[in-house]
Ligand binder design. Sequence first.
Ligand code: 13P
Length: 251
Amino acid sequence: MRRPLVAGNWKMNGDTESTISLVKGITDGRAEVTNAEVLICPPYILIPRAADALNGRDDISLGAQDLDINQNGAFTGQISASMLVDAGCKYVIVGHSERRAIYGESDQDVADKFKVAQQGGLTPVLCVGETLEERESGETEAVVARQIQAVIDVVGINQLDDAVIAYEPVWAIGTGKTATPEMAQEVHRFIRAMLAALNGDIAEKLRILYGGSMNAGNAESLISMTDIDGGLIGGASLQAESFLAICMAAN
Ligand code: 13P
């Protein structure tokens, strides 16, 4: 059985005050979430604030939204895997569509980040997903397969053993348009089948999250699908109430 994972991607939102109150809200409701794993990914600078607010609790994991491929040195503005581990992170998101689209990250860049994250002791959450144009031209599976294959080419299938994949159709992110449970399931099933062709055990174990306008109202129908093992949540992760409702839906 795959343990569900609900991850909040705060993106570039929040400050000290909102971080403390959001973490408090989540910790207050956390006990009711008996099965699902809960992860929050604040902006870099708020990770230590969130860690302080967690006050040693380890039933809510910390993650970052990105990392650099270098360990240290003259890379102005960048943050390395070891810095994230030092700050208390267990996970790091790699290849979010906003990084691919806005900051020009290629499949190769994402694969390199995946590798460096694991080498540094972090579990990568690899984001994949098609644009609206790609979906409408029937390329969804080809795009997702290409994005995953780029990582496998660099690290090998066995490294997927300690990773999470998040399927986030670009057209559903921040738009209020969610993939129907059936549409999402179809892509999740495709991803698992692709991996199963390489290693059945890893494919069976790997958690594949859905992301894209998931909220308290639609989470249950999405997460109840066979191959959807939780969610990567943007907007709805910024309020404890909606985030916890999604955690409960995954429970
Ligand atoms: P929204 O939930 O705001 O659509 O964002 C999804 C996302 O990009 C999570 O990484």
